[in-house]
Design a protein around this ligand. Structure first.
Ligand code: BGC
Length: 744
């Protein structure tokens, strides 16, 4: 391009940037920028690099990457964070011909500086406001540090706890998962993209990544259309409806086609049927991974297949960069496809306001303020409390008295700070984490003696520390034992075939139990674990997951009754690995298990019950709730009617507490068999002791609909069981309704 032309281009671009330009719609602005771009610059916008080297010491890699950025050949950088760091790198992009700003992205999964409970834990709160608030704080902190875009929420439904990434999602259920997807997208994105307290969300991993065969990460997924639509897609649709700015595709194949090269998923469903206007980023290297999958023969083939299938941005494969321009020149890829991808990305850059001010998010003063806001910790503590699930409380041993004479705090996780944070931490200050031991110490009276002993490592065969632990137990009134997984045992590439509590931790429990002292077990983990001995003989069990920066205080609040636990499991806890996959919304077989004795030919195991150890939706409270007086406003309804199901909920115990009342239904006969139970509604309700409230749910056609054999969303006339309960296996009230009409 000649100097004059460049001058002219910059003038046009300035027009696009200035207030005069603001009168134009974003689409017009995008078009005016696109017109100026060379093919190489367009491909550059589709190119995303990890920028870890950019903030490190001088290296060839660093020099080369900065050079590419300053030539306008990079659209986005991940893993650069900090107001100053992002400003410096953005400055390089401002040296480029068209000065198109970079997008800074990062895996802000459950907090930026303030670490919130891992997403599966938050899902156990069943509290959409809390989940949205958590995402919003994370966004606020990240956005002050120059981040424009988080790779979250992960909305993959996961029914296999062997898969380490169950930790990052909302569990097994599409209904709960959809509401949480929505809450997280809204939390991250705030009221409007472009505000400096919000970042772009990214719904991932599209699609069905959670269905990895045998729970092995990155493994193939083989799913019926029915399951895809009914179970795995709804949270993604909810994310689109909530306005998710971006999507990430996934590493897995789906029925033989890698998701990254899958036009059915990305073009037909997402950009077609769902009219999604944002852009899709590949997962890390997933374009190039189509080669080992056996779907593409080389980078060029992979790039061609990915862009045709609708993958807009290439994270770290460098396949677009190496091949896309050539593919266009050879007319193997139409320029229209490239333009569409570029436009989607530029659109977001305009929406974020980066063309007006590329440094808008990189504000050192705001960063200081946002990363040191004491409110954030308080909110994190609140969410952590709500995420803890009380699994057992024999003889109401909990809550403990703060005036106990003595308490033994034992276990490899009792004093740990790092483990409370879980995986995917990005900017946390681990020294600020409140350990369980610290939480307990600051809760008990001055007279209470706290005997802390580690006892054993989380994952070793040594029992050397047992003697001291037993001694501490013998010298105390009660034992609190903190065991479970370490932070690095759940998460990406952390699949396990053995879900028991590792090392000698259960043996430590058994040894402590033998002292005769009551043992309260706090389990920390990123997934459902299997712990039959603890289940059978602990005095009480709190499932605390990885509870974040304020975890120790939150758990202590629950142990000592400053917070009455209200969490409910968002995922089934199996009795054994052999039961997996196990989830509540299963189908009835032709030979369901009944209570009859000696029936051999039924759908059962000969060595274990079909039921899980702990069911979806389960979680105890320090108080008790009575469900009574169910009423249906009608027992028949036409498709355009509504029926109101109401009942009374009473707090019959001694403590104020929150109950998550759950509505399940079963469509008894349908053209495609329906699960024995499907969650269709819930409410989290706070009641004072003795207080009652009338609760109601509306049953309408939408709630009764499902994907029929032609994958149409429709309700079929017939009978439905309506169930209200405190858990999927604890149904307290039942009624029936009939949807009248003629069957098609
Ligand atoms: C993960 C993504 C993540 C990306 C970037 C990948 O390995 O699957 O979830 O967003 O890395 O860090």
């Amino acid at each position: 391009m000649t100097k004059r032309l460049i001058g002219f281009s910059v003038f046009i671009l300035l027009v696009a940037h200035t207030s005069f330009g603001q009168r134009k719609t974003i689409t017009q602005k995008v078009d005016s920028v696109l017109r100026l771009m060379t093919l190489e610059e367009k491909v550059g916008q589709l190119n995303q690099y990890s920028g870890r080297d950019l903030t490190g010491p001088a290296s060839t890699k660093k020099t080369n990457m900065l050079d590419e950025i300053s030539k306008g050949l990079v659209g986005s950088v991940l893993n650069v964070k900090g107001a100053k760091e992002t400003r410096d790198v953005q400055n390089e992009a401002m040296q480029s011909r068209l000065k198109i700003p970079l997008l800074f992205s990062l895996d802000v999964i459950h907090g930026y500086k303030t670490v919130f409970p891992v997403p599966l834990a938050e899902a156990a709160s069943w509290d959409m406001e809390a989940i949205e608030a958590s995402a919003h704080i994370a966004a606020k902190e990240a956005a002050a540090s120059g981040i424009h875009w988080t790779f979250a929420p992960m909305v993959d439904i996961a029914r296999d706890p062997r898969w380490g990434r169950v930790m990052e999602g909302a569990g097994e259920d599409p209904y709960l998962g959809s509401l949480i997807a929505r809450a997280r997208v809204k939390g991250f994105q705030g009221t409007k993209l472009g505000r400096t307290d919000a970042v772009m969300a990214c719904a991932k991993h599209f699609a069905a990544y959670g269905g990895a065969i045998a729970g092995r990460d990155y493994n193939a997924v083989d799913l019926s259309d029915q399951q895809l639509w009914e179970t795995y897609l709804p949270p993604f649709k909810a994310a689109v409806d909530a306005g998710a700015a971006t999507f990430m595709n996934s590493f897995n194949t789906l029925n033989g086609i890698p998701a990254t090269g899958n036009a059915y998923l990305q073009r037909d469903i997402l950009k077609g049927k769902w009219k999604y206007t944002g852009f899709i980023v590949s997962d890390w290297g997933s374009i190039g991974e189509m080669i080992p999958h056996g779907y593409a023969k080389d980078d060029a083939d992979a790039a061609q297949k990915a862009i045709i299938a609708g993958s807009d941005m290439d994270m770290e494969s460098r396949a677009y960069k190496s091949s896309l321009a050539k593919l266009v020149k050879e007319t193997k890829v139409s320029i229209a496809l490239v333009d569409d991808a570029v436009k989607r990305i530029l659109y977001k850059k305009f929406e974020l306001g980066l063309f007006d001010d590329p440094y808008k998010f990189s504000d050192v003063a705001r960063e200081q303020q946002a990363l040191n806001d004491p409110q954030h910790k308080l909110i994190a503590r609140g969410v952590a409390q709500k995420s803890i699930v009380l699994l057992k409380n024999e003889a109401s041993i909990l809550p403990l008295q703060k005036t106990l004479r003595s308490i033994a705090v034992i276990g490899p996780l009792a004093a740990s700070k790092r483990d409370l944070e879980g995986g995917w931490i990005v900017k946390s200050d681990t020294t600020q984490v409140v350990s369980l031991l610290e939480g307990i110490k600051s809760k008990v009276s001055n007279q209470t003696v706290v005997n802390y002993i580690r006892g054993c490592d989380a994952n070793s065969s040594s029992t050397e520390g047992f003697a001291d632990a037993i001694n501490a137990a013998n010298n105390s009134d009660v034992v609190v034992l903190a065991i479970g997984e370490t932070w690095d045992m759940s998460g990406e590439a952390k699949s396990r075939t053995d879900l028991t509590i590792p090392g000698e931790q259960v043996a430590l429990f058994t040894a402590l139990k033998a002292t005769g002292k009551p043992v309260v077990v706090v389990i920390m983990a990123g997934r459902p674990l299997i712990f039959p001995i603890v289940s059978d003989s602990a005095a009480a069990i709190l499932y605390a997951w990885f509870a974040g920066t304020e975890g120790g205080t939150a758990i202590a609040n629950v142990l000592f009754g400053d917070y009455n636990p209200s969490g409910k499991l968002p995922i089934t806890f199996p009795r054994s690995v052999g039961q997996i996959p196990i989830y509540y919304s299963s189908y009835n077989t032709g030979r369901p298990v009944t209570n009859e004795k000696n029936v051999v030919y039924k759908s059962a195991y000969i060595d274990a019950p079909n039921t899980p150890r702990y069911s979806f939706g389960f979680g105890l409270s320090y108080t008790t709730f009575l469900y009574s007086e169910i009423k249906a406003s009608a027992n028949k309804m036409a498709a355009n009617d509504k029926v109101i199901i109401s009942f009374t909920l009473t707090n019959t115990g001694k403590y104020a507490g929150e109950e998550v009342v759950q509505l399940y239904l079963h469509d008894l006969v349908a053209s495609v068999v329906r699960p024995v139970k499907e969650l269709k509604g819930f409410k989290k309700i706070l009641l004072q002791p003795g207080e009652s409230i009338k609760v109601s749910f509306e049953i309408n056609k939408e709630i009764l609909s499902f994907y029929n054999s032609r994958l149409q969303w429709a309700a079929e006339p017939g009978d439905f069981d309506i169930m209200i309960g405190a858990a999927s296996n604890d149904i307290r009230l039942k009624t029936k309704i009939e949807l009248v009409g003629t069957k098609k």
